[in-house]
Design a protein around this ligand. Structure first.
Ligand SMILES: N[C@@H](CCC(=O)N[C@@H](CS)C(=O)NCC(=O)O)C(=O)O
Length: 200
């Protein structure tokens, strides 16, 4: 069975839990105490030399990085519905996965870290401006369309959802971004959706 090294409040872990739940993939979770530095212990660094969550283990496969994990789960358990095989569609999904890992990470995700877990935030300078930049890009993209990358939900939506929707934890309001708010509610209607704090 797949094992997810996890911390409930860590948004990169939530991305993975969300897709596991949407695809109803059986798995077990092992909590890693990020707050007290367990992710920098020798035992954990053997698993992931980057010293970060999430990590997924499935037999011989040890996989880090939430985007890579989403793609792997999508392909292995969801066919090409959540991660398309078509080369153009795949490229679009990859482009928005990168936006989740970069613009969202440096904006609302880091704004939240700076507020809730200051010791885990590498550089909080300019997070407000970077949040505006990231959220405006997503709002523009989602204006007149239902999903981030394609005309159906993909891993790009799953990757973007946690950092964007928890922006309020970092004092960033989503009110100026109506298309983002509508998309977030659409995500919440997906069968199998779980919220950040939901145990399943
Ligand atoms: N690119 C990685 C980033 C992982 C990451 O930043 N994880 C956070 C938890 S959400 C972490 O482990 N932070 C502790 C650290 O970087 O020391 C991913 O997308 O999984």
């Amino acid at each position: 069975m797949i094992k997810l090294y996890n911390m409930t409040l860590a948004l990169n872990c939530y991305k993975v839990r969300l897709l596991l739940s949407l695809l109803k993939v059986p798995h077990e979770k092992q909590t890693v105490d990020l707050i007290n530095g367990e992710h920098k212990s020798a035992a954990f660094l053997k698993l992931n030399p980057f010293g970060q969550l999430p990590v997924v283990v499935d037999g011989d496969l040890v996989l880090r990085d939430s985007q890579a994990i989403l793609v792997w789960i999508a392909r292995k358990f969801g066919g090409d519905r959540w991660m398309p095989q078509d080369v153009n569609d795949e490229a679009l999904v990859n482009a928005w996965l990168s936006a989740a890992a970069f613009e969202v990470r440096l904006g609302p995700y880091d704004a939240r870290l700076a507020t809730l877990f200051p010791t885990l935030c590498i550089d909080a300078t300019g997070v407000a401006q970077r949040s505006t930049h990231a959220l405006q890009l997503f709002n523009d993209r989602l204006t007149g369309r239902e999903w981030v990358a394609l005309d159906r939900p993909t891993v790009a939506d799953v990757a973007a959802f946690p950092g964007i929707t928890q922006a309020g934890d970092g004092g960033i309001s989503l009110a100026p971004y109506p298309a983002v708010l509508t998309w977030a509610n659409r995500m919440r209607q997906l069968p199998g959706f779980v919220s950040l704090l939901e145990d399943f």
